[in-house]
Design a protein. Structure first.
Lengths: 628, 121, 173
């Protein structure tokens, strides 16, 4: 039943998409200034239908309708209600449906909120966006249909992978998709802008809020994924440079670059073609990421069940997109005159872009390089954290200095104000770094520089904030994001530097001593839960110096639907540091492998990222207030 | 005066670094090794039979006074380059190490040229 | 002209990248150590299972061919390949060296008593450390080497009927 409703709605959406494109072309031929009411109506229908279609799938998950393959494969009647719902987008088919929803809703809203812009530009954006929608709808309907029926109807579902049953992961895909699928709208707009020669300030104005929306959500989405990895994977880190994580980071770099150069386009009316490149690049990278993740050609912890036909479809779609946009771009590209002063704000924004592109290239190269070596030389290599750390970290230091200096400059003019002040800040940050390292007694060369540069940025931003406060100018969003970015790097630096990690094997009743800590394996018990059994260990941590006395309870969980073993970390989060223990059994022995970690400032890393994206939302709010 | 102060602080920072005794941290080595039989996990993160054995080997070699590089080279010889997360610089991998820096220099060059063009006008 | 070259270059680059992606879609990508075939095994040192002596590379270079088989009594696939190992034992040109990995001595002996002993020599690697010298990452795994200690083939997982034929043909040549 639900399967039929869903399929019908998908089919209707394809028809509506075709109608929209048809009416749009017809609308282009007449001379009226406004867009015909028909188009608005069809777009409204399109959005409504796709939402109903998604709700149908959600309903199928809630009532556990196992006659639908997707539900059968990814749900179970005993699963908690919340995870039944989140199971909807926890799989390939459902998450693609979420893709289409975001494509569709953004298409409608973009049409609705840009009434002041040129008619043809809007119509062409709509046409391009609907072409994308159709592409994904066909993929959904003919290759990855979430509503495929199975018969006879199975009695029970296979269950959702237990490591996916986590609140952070439940909200991770929707946030991330608003981010990188949202970038489709400025891909379409950029193509439309090239086609209709609707360029310059007005173009910048029409897309800037959309860039802000996608950037802010992308930031939050990456954060949710990172928090999930920290709590659920039991490795005690927040970023592993896993190919799938990289896939979400790549569009973020492009968006960040775009966010900044768009300001130049709006204020100074140049960099138009560069902005176009970034618009196109962001969505192309999003689709490339999806291709890499869904086709299964990368070796990653996050496995979607892979199927080469999916990969092939996305690859064909991707190539069409890339060739279409590149050829159009070549056709329209004109050399324009730049008017740049070396110490002006424009230059520093270009410098931001320069670094972003460097990060982007590094991460992209590291992610796809193993594919190339394997295809071309039959040689398998792994590119992991040490590569990225070696290449990226030194450049981050330089980046932070530019980031502190940049906002101190003015548009057009070739002048710094307050070179003296910057120098004082530098001295202060070196001094602060020195005291931090003296107090904590752990150091390395590179982290010295990281901390100095991060503190430099923080102080510079704080002074900015103070100034803004004094003159009552409420353009504080930039300062908030930059300040939080400084804090983020600072806390990452401190976390990296002052983490304590121990890996050892213990038997029940034994005690292990290291540094000032002692860890005692006190108890081990087996407990039955609703959908799993758990072996729970009790560990007592003592610190002779700090009077610390805490118990942690790591678990080994044995799930039955589907049958999986997971290792649950026990984490004692605090304002200053987290204690983190995972325990796993060693085959054929009484010993357990224990990983003990002390991770300083974890919570502050998360908070910094939240504030970075808050800056984006704040700017969005300010823009909205200005416009109406 | 200014430069003197900066130099003073930089030297201060370097001195602290020098004071550190260089003992190889086994955990760091574990993190740089891939668990061959796992899905995208490092030796540090995995608890498989294989990871246990490699941990023993690495600890032994550290005790024997081998350098980090010697340990990686030994494991590459036995298991191939797939086992290390930091690909060694060689014929196959030089593009991986070269291109990011090339991109960085090119980007800097482009911005520099844009600025120079302005001065010539 | 210069612009045209740049444009062409960009287009070719895109074609190249997409082409590589396309090929990789159909490529199997499960890693194994088969790329080590053709290399010489160095630094062979194995403790004999029962006698107080060390088996070294010198001992192995006396044989025309040696099949080094890594096994354990707790490993189920090892049982599956055992009958084939017994058959291989009859080959004249081939000596079998068994390496008992991470096992209890009694369990290993019981295993051989129950199923038969195919090995010409038996070594013991209690902690699995020596197996690393051979590039082993699980049991069962077997390596076929020649007189010069050069790896001819690696068998990851239990030895199959096809593998048996291969070994037989290689050794009889």
């Amino acid at each position: 039943m639900l399967s039929n409703i869903g399929n019908t709605l998908l089919f209707l959406n394809i028809l509506l998409g075709i109608f929209i494109i048809y009416f749009s072309f017809k609308n282009l031929q007449n001379k009226k200034i406004s867009i015909s009411k028909n188009i608005y109506h069809i777009c409204l229908f399109q959005s409504t239908f796709i939402i109903i279609c998604f709700l149908t799938l959600v309903a199928a998950f809630i009532i556990s309708d196992f006659s639908i393959i997707t539900v059968y494969q990814n749900s179970h009647s005993l699963k908690p209600f919340f995870y039944k719902i989140s199971g909807t987008w926890g799989n390939h088919e459902g998450s693609l449906l979420l893709w289409v929803i975001i494509l569709t809703i953004f298409s409608f809203l973009f049409l609705l909120y840009n009434k002041s812009h040129s008619r043809n530009y809007r119509i062409y954006s709509l046409i391009i966006q609907n072409t994308l929608i159709l592409g994904f709808l066909f993929f959904l309907l003919f290759n990855s249909n979430p509503f495929s029926a199975i018969s006879p109807t199975p009695k029970e579902g296979l269950g959702l992978n237990p490591i996916l049953q986590d609140p952070a992961l439940a909200i991770h895909p929707p946030l991330l998709y608003i981010g990188f699928v949202g970038s489709s709208i400025y891909f379409s707009a950029a193509i439309a802008s090239l086609l209709t020669n609707y360029s310059g300030r007005l173009f910048a104005h029409s897309i800037k809020n959309w860039v802000l929306i996608s950037w802010s959500f992308q930031t939050l989405g990456i954060l949710a994924g990172s928090i999930w990895a920290y709590y659920e994977l039991g490795w005690g880190g927040f970023w592993f440079w896993d190919p799938v994580e990289n896939a979400s980071l790549l569009p973020w770099f492009a968006m960040t670059a775009l966010l900044h150069s768009l300001i130049v386009l709006e204020k100074r009316n140049f960099l138009y073609f560069w902005v176009i490149i970034l618009c196109l690049l962001t969505f192309i990278l999003s689709v490339t990421g999806t291709f890499l993740v869904r086709s299964g050609i990368l070796n990653s912890v996050h496995t979607f069940a892979n199927d080469p036909s999916r990969g092939l479809y996305i690859l064909v779609f991707l190539s069409l997109m890339i060739f279409g946009s590149v050829l159009l771009f070549f056709n329209k590209f004109k050399n324009s005159n730049y008017n740049l002063n070396s110490n002006s704000k424009e230059t520093f924004i270009l410098i931001n872009n320069w670094f972003m592109i460097f990060y982007l290239i590094t991460v992209l190269l590291g992610t796809v390089y193993p594919i190339f070596t394997e295809v071309l030389t039959d040689h398998k290599v792994s590119v992991g954290p040490p590569f990225y750390n070696t290449v990226i970290i030194p450049i981050v230091i330089l980046f932070l200095f530019f980031m502190s200096v940049g906002p101190q400059t003015q548009w057009i003019k070739n002048k710094f104000y307050n070179l003296n002040l910057l120098f004082k800040i530098l001295i202060a940050s070196i001094f602060i770094n020195f005291s931090i390292i003296y107090l904590f007694k752990s150091y390395s060369l590179i982290s010295n520089f990281i901390i100095i540069s991060a503190v430099f940025l923080i102080i510079a931003s704080l002074i900015d904030l103070y100034k803004l406060f004094k003159i009552q100018k409420m353009d504080s969003s930039r300062v908030i994001s930059h300040l939080s970015f400084g804090f983020l790097i600072l806390f990452i630096g401190l976390n990296y530097n002052f983490s304590l990690e121990k890996d050892f094997n213990l038997k029940l009743g034994e005690r292990k001593k290291f540094d000032n800590y002692s860890l005692e394996f006190k108890d081990l018990r087996l407990e039955d839960f609703k959908n799993y059994k758990a072996v729970i260990g009790e560990f007592k941590i003592n610190n002779s110096q700090r009077n610390l006395n805490q118990s942690l309870y790591p678990e080994i969980r044995i799930y039955e639907n589907p049958s999986t073993i997971t290792y649950e970390a026990s984490i004692r989060s605090g304002l200053l540091k987290d204690y983190y223990i995972t325990m796993s059994n060693i085959d054929r022995s009484d010993y357990y492998n224990i990983k003990f970690q002390k991770k300083p400032f974890m919570m502050w890393i998360w908070i910094s990222v939240i504030f970075i994206s808050l800056g984006g939302f704040l700017r969005l709010f300010q823009n909205a207030k200005k416009d109406y | 005066m200014r430069t003197k102060i900066i130099i003073f602080f930089i030297i201060l920072n370097f001195n602290i670094v020098d004071a550190k005794t260089f003992l190889i941290d086994s955990n760091k080595v574990f993190k740089n090794l891939r668990c061959l039989i796992c899905q995208g996990q490092s030796i540090a993160d995995s608890n498989s039979e294989f990871a246990q054995t490699i941990k023993l080997i690495v600890r032994d070699q550290i005790k024997d006074g081998k350098s980090e590089k010697e340990i990686y080279d030994f494991l590459i010889e036995k298991y191939g380059e797939w086992i290390v997360y930091k690909p060694p610089l060689n014929k196959v991998n030089f593009l991986l190490w070269l291109l990011p820096y090339l991109a960085f220099v090119t980007g800097g060059g482009i911005i520099f040229l844009l600025l120079k063009k302005r001065y010539n006008h | 002209m210069q612009k045209k070259i740049i444009k062409l270059f960009i287009l070719l680059l895109i074609v190249f990248v997409i082409g590589v992606f396309f090929i990789s879609l159909n490529k199997h990508s499960i890693y194994d150590t088969r790329s080590l075939i053709g290399q010489k095994i160095t630094d062979i040192r194995l403790d004999h299972f029962s006698k107080n002596k060390t088996i070294t590379g010198e001992d192995l270079s006396k044989n025309n061919f040696t099949l080094i088989n890594f096994w354990a009594s707790w490993c189920k696939p090892c049982r599956d390949e055992h009958s084939i190992l017994l058959k291989l034992n009859r080959e004249k040109n081939l000596k079998l060296l068994g390496v008992n990995v991470k096992d209890k001595k009694n369990n290993a002996l019981k295993f051989l008593n129950d199923l038969g002993n195919p090995y010409d020599e038996l070594a013991r690697d209690e902690l699995g450390k020596h197996s690393v010298n051979f590039g082993i990452y699980g049991v069962p795994e077997s390596i076929l080497i020649n007189k010069d200690l050069i790896i001819i083939k690696k068998f990851i997982g239990p030895i199959s009927k096809n593998d048996y034929e291969y070994i037989k043909n290689t050794v009889r040549k």
